[in-house]
Design a protein around this ligand. Structure first.
Ligand SMILES: Cc1ncc(COP(=O)(O)O)c(C=O)c1O
Length: 406
């Protein structure tokens, strides 16, 4: 072993010593990334099959996104929203057009965008729907993941995410995901919104039954309730369409976007809705120092331009078929189920063989990065620039660790 080979343990030990332990990372210390690949501090290369939980849909350092960021770094990076800058209108217009909505409101992280959607829905409920003050209810799904703020964890059903962070924000009603009858039964005159992930990522890439979202749309329209789709992880090409909800043939009242909107460079999130919804916000009622900053807008605009070509959605749909076909061959050979859409898969391992964590450790040793969730499930979500050969290589590594364990 050379001295170079010893950087990984030292970096891990220092990180462990000086940081709060709110994550349990795999023992890989990344130094560089390009496309679907990263290289660690000791020169080992890995195929990145997590892609920043979909924040890296365009891969690491996509040349056009990096060029947009560089150009903006040389001009102006931050103004605050106290002034307007010359990247703002163009980004917001392009994003509104991509979403087919009249207005957008840019923020930074996904959780902030979800908080924005909640605030807008409540305000819409009081001012437009006429719900009595302080009585607004928002219906969410069990096993949801919408972020980590105190309000958002208030309606999480995951004890790890929620326990010991109370007192909790009231005004949320939880129903089982995919159960239209339960959802309909939960609607009251005070319901202002239904907030759902089109595919539940953190829960294990759960795809709801066909027709569920068409039913949600019909119910929301009939009951004058806003339908909010949290597309932070599922959207922007991940499933083979711009939005995962498109597979269901419905249009929500509000999209919540994040992750890939920042091109893997800066945190950029947003909500998009028509004027009758987003127009309820007036100056001084909501905002963020960094939301919609020039660097974010320059990168976000380039992200929208890339998506508008349709190339990434097409790649995700076509290569997704390959990924799912190859993973499907492993069902009964170490896997018990595979779910998902496009380049997004939730893979249930036979729990008798190993945990999801162990599988991810073994995959990392074989040069593939993935993330476990809920015991024996792993999530695969490569950047949309991945090639067919790279997909085959990653699945071959999974097949190998399963074969060794059987
Ligand atoms: C569906 C969904 N909503 C919201 C969030 C929160 O986003 P952020 O971590 O940027 O706050 C996530 C993050 O994983 C997510 O997957």
């Amino acid at each position: 072993m050379t001295t170079v080979d010893q950087r990984t343990p030292a970096e891990l030990a220092e990180a462990e010593r000086y940081t709060a332990h709110n994550y349990h990372p795999l023992p890989v210390v990344v130094a560089e990334g390009e496309g679907a690949w990263v290289t660690d501090v000791d020169g080992r290369r890995y195929l990145d099959f997590l892609a920043g939980y979909s924040a890296l849909n365009f891969g690491h350092r996509h040349p056009e996104l990096i060029a947009a960021a560089h150009a903006q770094l040389d001009r102006v990076t931050l103004t605050s929203r106290a002034f307007v800058h010359d990247q703002f209108a163009a980004f917001c217009r392009s994003l509104a057009e991509l979403c087919g909505k009249e207005l957008v409101l840019p923020m930074n992280t996904g959780a902030e965008a979800v908080e924005t959607a909640i605030k807008v829905a409540r305000k819409w409920g009081y001012q437009v729907k006429g719900v009595e003050n302080e009585r607004a209810e928002i219906i969410v799904a069990a096993d949801n993941f919408h972020g980590r703020t105190t309000t958002i964890v208030s309606f999480s059903t995951d004890p790890e995410a929620r326990a010991d962070f109370g007192p909790y924000t009231p005004g949320f009603v939880v129903v089982p995901y995919g159960d239209l009858v339960a959802l309909a039964a939960a609607v009251t005159p005070n319901t202002v919104a239904v907030l759902l992930e089109p595919i539940q990522g953190e829960a294990g890439v759960l795809v709801p039954p066909t027709g569920y979202f068409a039913g949600v749309r019909e119910l929301c329209t009939a009951q004058n309730v806003l339908m909010i789709a949290d597309e932070i992880q599922s959207g922007l090409g991940r499933t083979g369409r711009t939005f995962a909800i498109e597979h269901e043939g419905v249009v929500p009242d509000m999209y919540v976007l994040g992750k890939a909107l920042g091109g893997g460079i800066v945190p950029v999130s947003a909500v998009a809705a028509d004027r009758d919804v987003l127009g309820v916000l007036k100056p001084g009622e909501h905002g963020s120092t960094f939301g919609g900053n020039p660097l974010a807008c320059a990168v976000g605009h380039e992200v929208v331009r890339l998506l508008a070509t349709g190339e990434f959605q097409k790649r995700s749909a076509e290569l997704g078929e390959r990924l799912h076909a190859r993973l499907g061959e492993l069902v009964g050979r170490g896997l018990v189920a595979v779910r998902g859409r496009g380049l997004w898969a939730g893979v249930d391992l036979d729990p008798a063989l190993m945990t999801g964590r162990r599988a991810c450790e073994l995959l990392a040793e074989r040069g593939v990065l993935a993330k476990d969730t809920h015991g024996s499930t792993i999530r695969l979500a490569p950047p949309l620039v991945v090639t067919e050969a790279e997909i085959d290589h990653a699945v071959d590594q999974l097949a190998a660790i399963l074969a060794e364990a059987v």
